[in-house]
Design a protein around this ligand. Sequence first.
Ligand code: NAD
Length: 248
Amino acid sequence: MDKVMLITGGSRGIGAATSSLAARQGYRVVINYRSDRTSAEALVDTITREGGAAIAIQADMAHEADIVALFDTVDREFGRLDVLVNNAGIVDQKSRVEDMSIERIDRMMRINVTGPFICAREAIRRMSTRHGGQGGAIINVSSAAAHRGSANEYVDYAASKGAIDTFTEGLAKELAGDGIRVNGVRPGVIDTDIHASGGNPDKPTTSAANIPMGRAGRAEEVAHGILWLASDEASFTTGARIDIDGGV
Ligand code: NAD
């Protein structure tokens, strides 16, 4: 396979599991990272040692110029793009809405919503059959919080993921005739570093009791859903948001 998959925030957690699985399935992988160059390069080394192909490219999803430069680098390095995984995302400290600063709300929306929009725009310009491209797939990483609304003092995060879910559905319809499928995954509690940032009240250890399957998920379990949505096996699936949450 000579297909190229770009994973934003691809050096850790769900992004890293997706990068590894994609490489094992034969994709050439572009691992985007913001600041954790060491992890990104270590993952590239591991993939390369196992016979796969991967590169790491720095870009901050909060900055349009970084995102445009990221896609330009993919053009130069690989000359094609087949799959975009909008995975990068943040949660913030617990806070009630009446105490939230405009800077916090802007940052949350910029990284979790505007960044994926700009990435999708750049991907569409390259993939769309309307623009002479060969088609492709976009997968947005949302959250179970999107449909719970999450009255847990991280309502801004839930709102950002709700926006991404609606974006997935609308974009899927807009691109259905352009050879691009657009889908999403809604992970429940997955055991990654995001919980160490302190903002997410759904800690893997404490929330197990509220998960029908009695445990948090593993990043690989989300990665398998993403890879299926990217694959030709999902050729009639667009606009879907798959819950990967242990039954929540
Ligand atoms: P994580 O913190 O391990 O990974 C997040 C990744 O996004 C990191 O690589 C981080 O560097 C990157 N990132 C953050 N801001 C960035 C920026 N400005 N520019 C570029 N990259 C940036 O956590 P994770 O759990 O692997 O999260 C991945 C995605 O899954 C996120 O969108 C998150 O909201 C979503 N999610 C996670 C869970 C969970 O329980 N872990 C549940 C639902 C949804």
